[in-house]
Write a new protein. Structure first.
Length: 227
C-alpha cells in the first residue's frame, strides 16, 4: 500500500497529480537492505538482506528475492528484476523483518503514521446514548488513509462496551481488539476498536478507542469536514 494503493501517488486514484502524467503501467523496484526471514514448519527457509521491494499499481507491496535465496519454495520470476523471484505470502508460515513479525504484506518505508494530540472534538452516540463527547483527542494521519480521531479510555463510556471476539492486525499499529456497544436491549457489534500494544511509532494511541461511523453516529472534527 502507500505508494501504489489507496490515494498513494502511484495508485490509479492519487490524492495529487504528476506533470507530465505517469505511464498507466508503472513499476518501482528498490533495494531493501533489511534482514528478511521466513519460516515454514518450524524451519527457516529464507534469511537474506538482499531483498527488493516491488511497488506495482493496485497490487500489495511485495518482496522479490534472488532466486538462490529461496531454496525449494514456489516462486515466480519478477519481470522488473531479472534473476529475482516473488514468493507467495502464504507459501510460508511466518515472515519477519528485522525481528518484527509481519502480516499480509511487507512494511512500506514510505508509510507514515503520525499521531498528534489535538483539541478536535469527537462525539459518538449509540441508540440515543452518548459514548464519547470530548475535544481531548489524538488525530492519526496515516499514509493513503483518511485521518481518524482516537480518544483515551477515560473519555469513553467503557461501561457500555463489551470486548468482542473480533481482531485485526496492522503492520504499523499492531493488533486491534474490537468492542461492541450494549445500550439497554441494543447491541451494536464491533462499534469501536483499540490498539492495546502498538509498535513505538504508534504509541500515542496505546489503549485509545476509535469508532466506526457506519455502526454509530459519529461526529468527528476532521480536516475538510467543515466542523
Amino acid at each position: 500500500m502507500s505508494l501504489v494503493a489507496g490515494r498513494g501517488p502511484l495508485s490509479h486514484n492519487p490524492a495529487g497529480w504528476f506533470v507530465p502524467p505517469l505511464p498507466a503501467e508503472l513499476v518501482y523496484v528498490e533495494p531493501h537492505p533489511r534482514r528478511v526471514q521466513a519460516f515454514r514448519h518450524g524451519h527457516m527457509v529464507i534469511d537474506t538482506e538482499r531483498a527488493l521491494l516491488v511497488h506495482r499499481r493496485d497490487r500489495p507491496l511485495s518482496y522479490a528475492f534472488p532466486a538462490a535465496d529461496v531454496g525449494g519454495l514456489p516462486g515466480s520470476p519478477e519481470p522488473a528484476a531479472p534473476g529475482y523471484v516473488q514468493v507467495p505470502w502464504d507459501a510460508v508460515d511466518t515472515w519477519f523483518e528485522e525481528g518484527r513479525q509481519l502480516v499480509h504484506y511487507p512494511p512500506n518505508p514510505y508509510h507514515r503514521v503520525d499521531c498528534r494530540p489535538t483539541r478536535r472534538r469527537l462525539r459518538v452516540t449509540v441508540a440515543g446514548t452518548v459514548l464519547v463527547d470530548t475535544d481531548d483527542t489524538v488525530i492519526v494521519f496515516e499514509t493513503a488513509v483518511e485521518p481518524r480521531l482516537y480518544v483515551a479510555a477515560s473519555q469513553v463510556r467503557t461501561d457500555l462496551l463489551r470486548r468482542s471476539d473480533s481482531s485485526s492486525y496492522c503492520n504499523y499499529k499492531g493488533t486491534a481488539t474490537y468492542w461492541s456497544a450494549v445500550v439497554g436491549d441494543t447491541v451494536i457489534a464491533d462499534v469501536a476498536w483499540c490498539y492495546p500494544d502498538p509498535p513505538p511509532e504508534s504509541s500515542p494511541i496505546r489503549g485509545c478507542f476509535s469508532f466506526d461511523a457506519t455502526r454509530a453516529e459519529v461526529q468527528a472534527e476532521l480536516p475538510g469536514s467543515g466542523s
